[in-house]
Design a protein around this ligand. Structure first.
Ligand code: PEP
Ligand code: MG
Length: 405
């Protein structure tokens, strides 16, 4: 989708054609939609996205989830004309074209029931999350762009559980100053609450021009920490920006796609080297705690190899796709991509148990954390620390309040 996006932008620039404008509140329909197109659209008047293909784990899905824009994927081909009225039901995953009065009525009822549940959930937003039994659960937010925090009241969450940094790496590789300013903005916003920034997770479904390489099987290739350790010139710039930004708040840094303890040691050694460099030059900085994502099954199966990390953060999106051998961006195998499969839950439980025994904090930052249907099973594993898309904060807290543990 990213590559098609770049192609279309080049073609538009060459032909000097503008993007066709859509009426406010329109439903965008197509094969897939590019992240840059999503960002150009004014969603303030509503509207939604209906895709023939697409994936709930794509870049656009993350952006839509963060903004609360309704989106349905994997709809296949529609017969007939797409002009006119359509009902987009992102709660149950469907679209009705040229609806009958009865369908419109049923849709209105279902959407007002959803709005009522959302409205009721708002009262949970300002309170700390607790289960029915009174167990406290930390709920942090996942962000991608520094500007994502502008619309969030820090008092409604327990910090940032995951700041993805791939979006900063957008079309050109960002320099140290650009990254430092982006990280500093989020740290200052969070005050003394923790902000966990993930080093760049390029590759897989997140190709980055000038950084990632073309591979036949990118999800199993040079992505995340593997790529950062290969392209140390690029990685070191990010490390310096993070070390410098760390003085402005409560920073934690984590590495994506760790599979072996050696990868962690090498990444931690680069942090130590860059720290020494900054110290020698008299540049203000501090070393943050360094943790890892648990998204490659090898870590969840044998966590004892990682007894020296500062914390674990379970990436359920990737952990699920690797355990179930079902690509997260392939609509045909979505039915396999369930975090609630016993194999996935058992691995999470093992990591939580290991964390308890060794006193290493364990949290979860995959999208399942914000899914009311998955929350009971996640808390059953012993997890007490979730990170969710900002738009899901209230509903996640409301769902936690229903869990008996
Ligand atoms: C995950 O894999 O669950 C995760 C949080 O990371 P991403 O979705 O960015 O791969
Ligand atoms: Mg991941």
């Amino acid at each position: 989708a990213d590559l098609r996006d770049i192609r279309d932008q080049v073609l538009r620039a060459l032909s000097e054609d503008g993007e066709p404008t859509a009426p406010l509140g329109a439903i965008f329909h197509g094969e897939d939609v590019a992240p840059t197109r999503f960002l150009e659209i004014d969603w303030s008047a509503g509207g939604g996205i209906a895709l023939r293909a697409g994936s709930t784990a794509s870049h656009v899905a993350m952006l839509a989830r963060a903004r609360g824009v309704p989106m349905v994927v994997g709809l296949g081909t529609f017969p007939g004309s797409l002009a006119g009225m359509a009902l987009l039901d992102a709660e149950h995953g469907g679209m009705v074209l040229s609806p009958s009065p009865a369908e419109i009525d049923a849709f209105r009822q279902s959407s007002s029931a959803f709005a009522a549940r959302q409205g009721a959930a708002q009262s949970f937003l300002t309170r700390p999350a607790v289960t029915k039994a009174g167990t406290a659960v930390r709920v942090q937010v996942n962000i991608a762009n520094p500007s994502d925090v502008d619309g969030i009241d820090i008092s409604t969450c327990d910090g940032v559980g995951l700041m993805r940094t791939e979006f900063l790496f957008g079309k050109t590789l960002p320099d140290e100053e650009t990254q430092y300013n982006a990280y500093r903005k989020v740290l200052e916003w969070a005050g003394d609450k923790p902000v966990t920034i993930r080093t760049v997770d390029a590759g897989g479904d997140k190709p980055l021009a000038g950084f990632t390489v073309e591979e036949t099987n990118p999800f199993l290739g040079l992505r995340g920490i593997r790529l950062s350790l290969k392209r140390r010139d690029i990685f070191r710039v990010q490390i310096r920006a993070l070390l410098r930004a760390a003085i402005h708040g409560n920073l934690k840094v984590m590495f994506p796609m760790i599979a072996t303890p050696e990868e962690y040691s090498q990444a931690a050694a680069l942090f130590a080297e860059e720290q020494a460099g900054l110290a020698a030059r008299g540049v203000a900085h501090t070393m943050p705690p360094l943790g890892i994502m648990v998204e490659v099954p090898s870590v969840a199966i044998a966590p004892e190899a990682f007894a020296n990390v500062a914390f674990f953060s379970i990436g359920s999106n990737d952990l699920t796709q690797y355990v179930m051998a079902a690509a997260r961006d392939n609509a045909a195998v979505t039915y396999l991509n369930s975090v609630r499969h016993p194999a996935v839950l058992r691995l999470m439980e093992a990591v939580v148990r290991f964390g308890r025994e060794t006193e290493i904090p364990v949290s979860l930052c995959g999208d399942a954390g914000g899914d009311p249907a998955a929350i009971p099973a996640l808390l059953e594993t012993g997890l007490r620390d979730l990170s969710v898309a900002p738009a899901q904060l209230a509903m996640a807290k409301a769902a936690i309040a229903e869990v008996p543990v």
